[in-house]
Design a protein around this ligand. Structure first.
Ligand code: H79
Length: 609
């Protein structure tokens, strides 16, 4: 904008009514201000996008009972023990007297994160129990004043992160605070949340803002603040908190869980590997076992293969993976956590280039063999299931200049073919017999120009056609359908038989296919509905049946959401090219409100076991 014009705009804006002023900025000015906002966002997010992998630490008084109260194991996540066991504040407070983590070693924790390949550390400054794990003047309920330990571990962690070159960041529970009458969550000492209705001003000003100021002023630059569980907070309060954080540290990122969509970046659900957006920065928090805060009897540790698969899949959708440890009340990270992080680190040492600073896959879907990350001129093919013969990739339009294994730089021979009749391309990579990694092996494909891919949904090289729910077109009587998709891409609120999903896909290898409907149980297998009568329509051939759980499958990347599988029947598709599939319900069972939780419709080659 030239100076005289901007002056005119300013004068007009000052004199005109609001409505008139709003219509004033020219398209050009709007584009300019958007470009400069984008640039500033790119600058603030540079470290976050480069990092891709961080350490979450849940550490607090709950590590003392460690999942057991008055001799009884308490179900659920460890840091929720006060809530789950309905422990009165006065009793829970006494735990502070027992909290003396003499083995705490900030340098060792940060070294562990660094060796795992992590680039930032997020630790609980205050969890839902309301106890400040740092030196707080705004509350006396804090580690320095209330425990025999008497030290501020956050000072030591901030210094260790500084020393090792990791970003330091805080979790802060802004809404639930079971120690405060004006906050949400404590319904055993105080009235229920639906009676309280609002987050009290006294709490919001006197504790939340006062403590957020402390954590943003006492520990140097803070990479991000991880707010959580917005419940009573209003949109105005969420915005006020975001602005407050930025007024103190303008570059500090604010997690989406501050509430009402006003945070700087999005957060997937706990332990949820989302199919992600490549539009907005996002992050997913994951537990190494089933708990966040230490629980002595939780030994359900995830395998390294699962962790790496999750890390890769999150990066392949342009997100960050925040992996949690829950240290003991002595200040020790459980050995099984240390062991897993070490192994992840060994993989990252070899394959980090395919994670740090990468962008998500250019493809519309993940392949049956794995998934893809990219940097300018390079595709990183992450192979989870090492093929017996060649690795075949469908739908890449670029010329592949050369390819090699990331692990040892050994060249991989490439051949490319095209089938103009169906506008199809395939790339073949001649792989060695043995996978470089038992977890995920990375092939680097150097390509000419920006990645170009076929936008059609494609049959997989394995022969399977996977039509994911969120890639379907909703066909509904209203332009505001009831059904939608959750962060995993799974259909939710599909309770109306008037709504259906339709896909088009490209078939490469004709043949006979089993029609399989994959649905998802609720988290931790907490419920599922079947009995829906549906028809799968394939090019006009109708296969009808009832959705039931004939078989179960635990998806490796989202182990908390098991799948239930129904084989409906068989179809033959004898021509390559475009085909149409629709899933049309005749009736949907929804007494439990779950309805038809569709993951995908699959066409599986009939001869394949
Ligand atoms: O900090 C970790 C959790 O404590 C926090 N978010 C992560 C990062 C969190 N707060 N709320 N929730 C997660 C969801 C709560 C789920 C619950 Fe339950 C279901 C609460 C009661 C039933 C799980 C099972 C917790 C207690 C029992």
């Amino acid at each position: 904008m030239n100076p005289s014009r901007s002056l005119a705009v300013l004068l007009l804006a000052l004199t005109a009514s609001n409505a008139a002023a709003q219509s004033l900025p020219s398209d050009e000015a709007a584009a300019q201000s958007k470009a400069s906002a984008d640039k500033d966002r790119d600058r603030r997010f540079q470290w976050f996008r480069e990092a891709r992998f961080g350490l979450f630490i849940h550490w607090g008084l709950y590590a003392v009972p460690a999942g057991e109260w008055k001799g009884k194991p308490i179900e659920g996540i460890g840091e929720w023990i006060m809530n789950r066991a309905r422990i009165p504040i006065a009793e829970y407070e006494l735990l502070a007297k027992q909290f003396n983590p003499v083995k705490f070693d900030a340098d060792a924790w940060v070294q562990m994160a660094k060796d795992a390949g992590m680039k930032y550390v997020v630790i609980t400054s205050k969890h839902h129990d309301g106890f400040a794990m740092y030196d707080s003047k705004a509350s006396r309920y804090d580690i320095v004043e209330a425990t025999p330990f008497g030290r501020d571990p956050m000072k030591e962690l901030a210094a260790a992160c500084q020393k090792h070159g990791l970003k330091f960041a805080f979790y802060y529970s802004q809404d639930q605070d079971w120690h405060e009458s004006e906050a949400s969550g404590n319904v055993w000492d105080f009235p229920a949340d639906d009676v309280k209705k609002v987050l009290g001003r006294g709490y919001f000003e006197g504790k939340v803002k006062a403590q957020v100021r402390e954590i943003l002023t006492q520990y140097g630059p803070i990479g991000l603040i991880w707010f959580d569980t917005p419940r009573l907070i209003t949109k105005e309060q969420s915005q006020e908190l975001v602005d407050f954080v930025h007024s103190i540290q303008p570059d500090c990122l604010v997690s989406g869980r501050v509430g009402h969509g006003v945070g700087d970046y999005d957060s997937a659900g706990d332990n949820q590997i989302s199919v992600g957006s490549t539009e907005r920065d996002w992050e997913t928090p994951v537990t190494l076992n089933d708990t966040w805060g230490f629980k002595k009897d939780d030994s359900n540790w995830k395998e390294v293969s699962v962790l790496l698969r999750q890390l890769v899949e999150v990066a392949a959708h342009s997100g960050n993976y925040l992996l949690n440890v829950g240290p003991t009340a002595e200040g020790v990270v459980p050995q099984p956590s240390i062991d897993r992080l070490r192994e992840v680190g060994q993989w990252m040492k070899v394959n980090g280039e395919s994670i740090y600073g990468t962008k998500g896959t250019p493809f519309r879907y993940d392949a049956s063999w794995g998934t893809v990350t990219q940097k300018p001129g390079k595709l990183y093919l992450h192979v989870f299931d090492w093929p017996k013969g060649d690795l075949v990739v469908y739908g890449l339009r670029n010329k592949v200049r050369k390819a090699y294994l990331l692990a040892d730089k050994k060249p991989v021979a490439v051949s490319q073919t095209a089938n103009p009749a169906i506008d199809h391309t395939a790339v073949r990579f001649k792989l060695p017999a043995k996978a470089p990694s038992p977890h995920a092996s990375v092939i680097v494909a150097e390509i000419e120009g920006a990645a170009q891919v076929d936008n059609a949904l494609l049959q997989q090289p394995s022969g399977t056609v996977e039509l994911n729910a969120n890639q379907g077109r909703i066909v509904a009587p209203s332009d505001k359908p009831t059904m939608g998709f959750d962060a995993r891409g799974v259909a939710t609120r599909w309770t109306s038989a008037d709504e259906s999903l339709a896909w088009e896909f490209k078939l490469v290898q004709p043949g006979a296919f089993d029609v399989v409907v994959v649905t998802s149980e609720q988290k931790y297998g907490r419920g599922w509905e079947g009995g829906h009568k549906v028809t799968v329509d394939v090019d006009g051939t109708k296969i009808a049946g009832t959705i039931e759980a004939q078989e179960k499958r635990v998806p490796p990347h989202n182990p908390y959401w098991p799948y239930a599988i129904t084989k409906l029947g068989r179809v033959t598709l004898d021509k390559a090219g475009t085909h149409k599939v629709a899933l049309v319900p005749q009736s949907i069972e929804s007494a439990k409100k779950f309805g038809l939780t569709l993951v995908s419709v699959e066409l599986v080659p009939a001869n394949k076991k």
